[in-house]
Design a protein around this ligand. Sequence first.
Ligand code: SF4
Ligand code: SF4
Length: 230
Amino acid sequence: MIISAQKEFEEILRSLEQETTIFLVGCNGCAEACQTGGEKQILKMLELLEREGKTISGSLIVDFLCDKTLIKVKLKAYEAQIIKADSLLVMTCGIGVQATAAVVDKPVHPACNTINIGGSRGEWRGEERCAECGDCLLDFTGGICPLTACTKGLINGPCGGAANGKCEFEPEVRECGWQLIYERLQKLKQMDKLAIILDPKDYSKMQPPPYLRSTVMWSLEQIAEETPVK
Ligand code: SF4
Ligand code: SF4
């Protein structure tokens, strides 16, 4: 199960400050289990955003937000409400947010930070990857993860080694992640986001939080490490 935690409401609100009409998307898979993007949290978010003067054009909870085909089919039925919206607020893990961004021509904002993949990378294996950084940046990068789409995990633009849109590592097979981010931001008319300089990443947030270290599975792994096979 992919473990996520909701971002502070103030941070979510800041990411929506240019927008007035929002469409909410939740996930009935891991995010429901983590209580970050199930029905209860969607209703709560709707209430909080309306209190801040936002209009919610609609909401949808998809069974598994890591499956692009499923998202596309489900969102299609809500097209009229999505057209009215300035953006989508997606309440799930980094994979779900990226998968949603890949099938919608609207800005997509993450409402959660992914803190642990828990051994699984989504129910469906797509090309989206999340490095469980604990402080999701997808809001600034058009819904494409810079930590996984860029070979070097650069968060403030490309390295300068790209040529013809390909990464300097394996140019025959690998797109430059920052070329993809640039093209997505251009399509979304969000080129101003490229001017935002993000703070250096706090990699301590990638460490599993204490409550995850107190599970039975974690203890068993600790014992296994402490008692190696001789
Ligand atoms: S920025 Fe990337 S690694 Fe970090 S939570 Fe978002 S998708 Fe995952
Ligand atoms: S060429 Fe692009 S994807 Fe490759 S390391 Fe540089 S910025 Fe990252």
